[in-house]
Design a protein around this ligand. Structure first.
Ligand code: FE
Length: 190
């Protein structure tokens, strides 16, 4: 795969379709600038500010824009986890993922077993991730597409009253925003 990518890049460069410097900028952005810390900022803000959370659920792209961040390519939808409802995200077709707020997807997100089992047996998949939810918590699985991507707003951990947004953000893991994990407990803050 690496060889094929390099061959393709060489051809596109030689034909003048792409500028290698521009590619480097894009790769650097996804490797170092864009990542789950952006989503974590959004979630922490939603936890700290109920009005922001309402706006986020109503129109995620606009709310993310308020933070000076851009949800660029796609329609972004934020779904909130509660005691009664747990949201989980998959792309059954391929690997659609909210890159703008979560960065590069984890390898397992693209794997066939995750993509099929997330729909057939979400509770089993969650157990594999070490997440055991109460039996009466409904699990809702959202299927991402090229047009529509989802950001899960995990439940705010207990014992975090009065925490600032930066400290709150440290509890928001990537997996908790995919719905395959929970936010860290207050005592596990890094
Ligand atoms: Fe996809």
């Amino acid at each position: 795969m690496q060889l094929r990518v390099r061959a393709l890049e060489t051809i596109l460069t030689e034909k003048g379709y792409v500028d290698p410097k521009a590619l480097d900028v894009i790769i650097d952005a996804y490797e170092s600038k864009i990542g789950p810390h952006i989503g974590a900022r959004v979630v922490a803000k939603a936890w700290a500010d109920p009005d922001f959370k309402r706006r986020l659920i109503a129109d995620a792209a606009a709310a993310v824009g308020e933070l000076g961040l851009t949800a660029r390519s796609t329609h972004l939808i934020a779904v909130e986890n509660t005691r009664r409802l747990h949201n989980m995200v998959v792309c059954t077709l391929c690997s659609c993922y909210p890159w703008d707020v979560l960065g590069l997807p984890p390898v397992w997100y693209k794997s066939a077993p995750y993509r099929s089992r997330a729909v057939i047996d979400p509770r089993g998949v969650l157990a594999d991730f070490g997440v055991i939810l109460p039996a009466d918590t409904e699990i809702r699985v959202w299927d991402s597409t090229a047009e529509t991507r989802y950001l899960v707003v995990p439940m705010r951990p207990a014992g975090t009253d009065g925490w600032g947004e930066e400290k709150l953000a440290s509890l928001v893991t990537r997996d908790s925003m995919i719905g395959t994990g929970l936010a860290l407990a207050a005592g596990d803050a890094p």
